[in-house]
Ligand binder design. Structure first.
Ligand SMILES: NC(=O)c1ccc[n+]([C@@H]2O[C@H](COP(=O)([O-])OP(=O)(O)OC[C@H]3O[C@@H](n4cnc5c(N)ncnc54)[C@H](OP(=O)(O)O)[C@@H]3O)[C@@H](O)[C@H]2O)c1
Length: 332
């Protein structure tokens, strides 16, 4: 009887594996597609643009600094696979004014046709303790990381719905999956993208438009180097529990997931565990993904509790060190 039940479960799981690709979105063809990458002049965004260009896409790069844009364009053009491919650059601050962003998207569509894939990668990080971070920075991070993504997505979504095709990618962060010491301003701006993505996915799925939320780990980019300048010791020690990724590796994963129409995009085993743990009510793209989440949840929560314990002890140790230093300097 037990054997029969086991055989039934195995057969059921196998059947799910087999039908899973049938209910998944059909992959987006990047050859000839128009891909807009905000934040495409540096770091992860530039590598995403290169990855798409290598597959034959036409690219629009959006960022503020014009010389960085021109430099990135030259770099990306080296990876052309045919003579028709084009990279255009548009300078705009995505966080300031919706009309400006809408105009930029219109300009890009006039030159390269309707947008097939939008990658919202423009963003910044500020780390510090809650009392240290200037109050205006809380607003700035929400403007750049969250509203910048709302504006660009709003400017492309109607056309995607009309054409019954498209991909929108939101580049969040592992700090958009869990709150860590030092990220009281940054984390909420990345968590917000997840809420936006879930709600938007439910609206646009019937129109064959798919949303991807990417949760990159610490990645070796100019933006990361800048963030490190003000990072508290606690945040650095906690971050050391996972290794530093290269932007090329992160970009490959994001582009692959966006093509497939996967809702979650994570890098490495830590990323996989975090995404499974924090899946909540987020959509699944394949039945196998859902099954994996159900099966692994208990184990991953147990591992997570050990991580949380070690993070708390890092914070406590740093606090005691600071108190000892203060006492020593008082007695001197
Ligand atoms: N690196 C990491 O460890 C890491 C980890 C997780 C998530 N992320 C996220 O990944 C994304 C890219 O990060 P990165 O490390 O590659 O950063 P980066 O090297 O600093 O690149 C950021 C890009 O965004 C553009 N940008 C910034 N603010 C903008 C604005 N207001 N309007 C238009 N463009 C703007 C920048 O160009 P201009 O300055 O010229 O505008 C640049 O092209 C960010 O959203 C970041 O939060 C990064």
């Amino acid at each position: 009887m037990l054997l029969l039940a086991a055989a039934f479960i195995v057969a059921f799981v196998l059947l799910l594996y087999m039908v899973s690709p049938l209910i998944s979105p059909s992959p987006l063809k990047l050859a000839g597609a128009h891909v807009v990458v905000t934040g495409g002049s540096s770091g992860i965004g530039k590598c995403i643009a290169i990855e798409c260009f290598k597959c034959g896409a036409f690219i629009t790069l959006v960022a503020r600094n014009e010389s960085k844009l021109v430099q990135a364009k030259k770099e990306i053009e080296k990876y052309a696979i045919n003579e028709k491919q084009v990279v255009i650059c548009i300078s705009v601050d995505v966080s300031k004014d919706y009309r400006q962003v809408e105009n930029v998207i219109k300009q890009a569509q006039e030159k390269l046709g309707p947008v097939d894939m939008l990658v919202n990668c423009a963003g910044m990080a500020i780390a510090g303790t809650f009392e240290e971070i200037e109050i205006g920075q809380f607003t700035r991070l929400m403007e750049v990381n969250y509203l910048g993504s709302v504006y660009a997505s709003r400017a492309v979504i109607s056309t995607m719905k009309e054409r019954r095709m498209g991909r929108v990618v939101f580049v969040s962060s592992q700090a958009g999956q869990l709150g860590l010491f030092g990220y009281t301003a940054y984390s909420p701006s990345k968590f917000a993208l997840r809420g936006l993505a879930e709600a938007l996915q439910m609206e646009v799925k019937p129109y064959n438009v798919y949303i991807t939320v990417a949760y990159p780990p610490d990645t070796d980019t100019p933006g990361f180097a800048e963030e490190n300048k003000s990072k508290p010791l606690e945040t650095k020690l906690i971050s050391e529990s996972s290794s530093l990724c290269q932007p090329e590796q992160v970009a490959k994963v994001i582009v692959k997931d966006a093509i497939q129409g996967n809702f979650n995009s994570s890098v490495g085993s830590d990323g996989y565990m975090l995404s499974s743990l924090t899946c909540g009510m987020s959509p699944v793209t394949t039945i196998t993904e859902g099954l994996q989440q159900v099966v692994t949840m208990g184990l991953f929560r147990t591992i997570a509790l050990f991580y949380l314990g070690s993070f708390d002890s890092i914070v406590r140790r740093c606090m005691m060190q600071k108190q000892n230093c203060e006492q020593a300097s008082k007695t001197d």
